[in-house]
Design a binder for this molecule. Sequence first.
Ligand code: HEC
Ligand code: HEC
Length: 332
Amino acid sequence: MLLPLLSLAGGEKIYSEFCENCHGFSRQGSLGLPLYSSIIANYSDRYLQRTIKSGRPGRIMPKFNFSDAQIVKLIKFLRAGIKAPKYDTTPIKGNIKAGHYTYEKYCQRCHGVDLKGGQGIGKNFSWKKDRKISPPSLANQGFLYSAEDQMIKHIIVNGIKDTEMISFTKAFNFTEQTVDDLVGFIRSHERPFDYKHVTKQIDEPMSFVYTSPYKLEETINRLQESAAAYNFRVYPNRALLQGLGEFEIGDEKQVVVRFCNFRNMQAFLKLDPRLGVMLPCRATVIEDEQGKVSIVLENYKHAVARFNNEQISQSVGDLVEEMQEMVKEALW
Ligand code: HEC
Ligand code: HEC
């Protein structure tokens, strides 16, 4: 009795460390979709393995470099004892044109034009959005790489329990041919895709360190002024200086200066306002034992690279460059 329980704990730990902040403590969904066992019951091991390994480039689901053993544990945890379905991987042949027609009529209002997915991401609890669960992108290469045609068919025929994805066969008497045409149309969006090369390598340091010619106090003042002035110049009404937190570690003195430039965060927040919490803009001012003062900026480009999302990478890249200029101005 003990052994299976132990291996279950392994999967739970991986989940809480790597998935929980997006998929929720009880798998109810948040930035990510809900992953209840009743939902997982529709997915083959192959689909889950591939989804975890490749992510959903262009949305925000990252890819994970787990070992096969870790993925097996994780999937076991997600299934919670419910048997895995197996889908035949032979492609379903359908009439793409007819599928396109049906898609526009029945699916587009949720899954979007060009199958791009619904507004925002994941599951929403708080702010007003079109739908409680944002319909996933069906043209996403990570999805198409992972999903079997038979799985897509199964979902159109049966729906996904307790979600807005209803059984279209039940609700609208879809014939098997109609479903096959839809699958053919969705599949026609697949392009050559190699998940191993998805994440861009960033040829930059993890953080930038600047030596200050000024004393600690003055460095902080100059940095705050520069932050305010910098934002002021760009967006007068939106400059925000969140104040000063001070603490000491051993003989080193560290002060974190927080600030934010909303213009650069807008593209980021458009995708989902909740992403904002992932990106604190701050600089750390450090005085070492010899009295040498430096400013350290974290390079956020590394932190967001794993999302594989152009929009996020672009806006965070702009933000980091602006922060660097701001620090240089402070030390002028
Ligand atoms: C940064 C947030 C984030 C993290 C971390 C994350 N996911 Fe996701 N995940 C998402 C989003 C968003 C989607 C939906 C993709 C879409 O909208 O196209 C998703 C989709 C999925 C799906 C497909 C669900 C479906 O209904 O087809 C699975 C399975 C999944 N994630 C598993 C995991 C696992 C396991 C982990 C941890 C190893 C994880 N995710 C970590 C955000 C995340
Ligand atoms: C009312 C909105 C709505 C409509 C209409 C709709 N869907 Fe969905 N669909 C969803 C939602 C929401 C999900 C995600 C459910 C979940 O996993 O939590 C989904 C999931 C799916 C999935 C699984 C994708 C994944 O990443 O797990 C497929 C395939 C799919 N839909 C196909 C279709 C097709 C084909 C049609 C048209 C016949 C359609 N849907 C119509 C809302 C909708």
